[in-house]
Design a protein around this ligand. Sequence first.
Ligand code: ADP
Length: 596
Amino acid sequence: MNTPAPWEKLLDGRFDSKHPRRTLWGLFSDQRGRVAAAVALYIIKQSPGSLLPLAVGMIVDALTNGGDGAFHKILWIAGIYFLLLLQNPFVHTAFVRLMSGSLRQMQFNLRSALVERLQQLSITFFEEKQSSALQTKILRDVDAIDGLCRHLLNTGLNGLLVITYVTIIALVKQPLLALYFLVTVPAGVALLKLFDRRFKEQYKAMRVETEQMNARVGEMLQMLPVTRAHGLEDYEARDVRSVFSRIRKRGMEVDTLTEFFASSSWFTFMLFQLACLVFSAWLVVQHRISVGDAVMYHTYFGMLIGAVQQFLSVFPALAQGADAIRSLGEVLEAEHVERNDGKPSAPVPLRGEIFFENVTFNYPRGREVALKEISLNIKAGETIAFVGESGAGKSTLVNLAIGFRQPTTGKILLDGRDLREIDLRTYRRQIGVVPQTTLLFNGTLRENVTYGLEKISDDALWKILADANLAEFVRALPKGFDTPLGESGTQLSGGQRQRLAIARALVRDPRLVILDEATSALDTESERLVQEALVRLTKNRTTLIVAHRFSTIRHAHRIVVLLQGRIVEQGTQAELMQRGGHFFRLATLQMVGAEK
Ligand code: ADP
């Protein structure tokens, strides 16, 4: 076995959104050394800042004590301090390189893990999640985690450093003051406890609202042509605005809470500082400490307060980060993973024989059983058309055949082997799917046709385009098959899109074709071109068609009529018409062609 890539480790249980802190640490598991080195460099680079009050205190004491050696002593202190300063630019740069390297690597790992998991999840998962919400996770939530880590490293580390320095110096020089210092930390923690739950609630609500906003905006863009066509611009804009206004309200609440927390802690700590000033002055008056010590304590105390405050400011960010981790957990810990690893490959090449054995299927959230006791033997090379009213179960049946869903009871045999027991990826590589709507991506026509396949020669491609009745159209394009299609391929007509989908299936030379026929009507000439291409695509290949058009049904060897999840009739078109049953009624009512 190869050693797993760092992001693959995130997919087998290391990502645990119930324990965000542990998970966060786990994100850096492959670069602990780098992080430790970054922390060490941080301590060194910060030393001029951390030791300044000590130096100032010593200088003040040298001055107040006076004497001949005073200035000489000050020069010594300044010299050492200069050396401390000198290292800073170099060490700082090295620190940033290490820190940034490990953070960028963490982002890379997280995003790679998300993409890997999204590619493994079963189709059911995507029915429940909107794609823009998923996109938010990959972009925004990963950024939020990155932000948190930067915050933790910069602020948290600085806070920790100052607290440690201050405590050590105070303990060595004046235990009484140390005690006083130690009061501030518990005060901070107490303050935090007061706010903690509200922070968590607010950040979660904010994230959900943001996801909803993204989803709504994505939907609006998708619906734009429909909205405009119905003159519903105002309605749609108002509706989207209401989502924005929820974000505005929530954002205000989050900002207010964060700032109220910040100013409460500022107020509390300033009171402490005032008290510290009075206390150290009293110690000087009592001759318990020198003036230099008092100056030093006071500056350190100021720094300490700043550090505790900074430290506290990590917690809102931590709540936000924990929420982002929970959000990513929805993908990384999702259970609907299609388990293919370790299963034997499908036969290559497939014969293309599919048997449904007493298959029943109900959707997890479905009210009724979608398919009931379906038994059907589809022979290699046979073309079967499934017809029935909308909701009869045609798409469900075809999705079961692709392995997108598993039968609730019964089984599906592919060339004699249970579909559950084979690596579905090896099976799907041998099928050509022509969906109802042709999805195109931003690339050339060639890339869209050969999607995912590399070595297709120009000649082979022209042959395929000819079979799909697209060659003439492509030849007339200014750049031939290198013409860019744009994201949604708007310059293609409905018929051309369908033929492009057919070409995409043909390129794969599949053993099995699954076709969900488009319902939109085409003009006679377009229809003829599509039908011809379909005949070439399905020839000598097992074909399952969710059929809506008579012209398609006519080519089928067998028609299977579904009614409320059951097979009620099957046979050739002539047989079924003669029988005068359900198919006959559908045909005469022209429902087969007009449904949906
Ligand atoms: P057809 O393709 O013939 O129109 P479908 O296979 O889409 O029919 O649907 C069959 C039945 O399953 C219908 O009652 C439909 O409401 C239900 N159904 C389809 N998809 C889902 C789903 N994702 N969740 C719950 N029920 C579903």
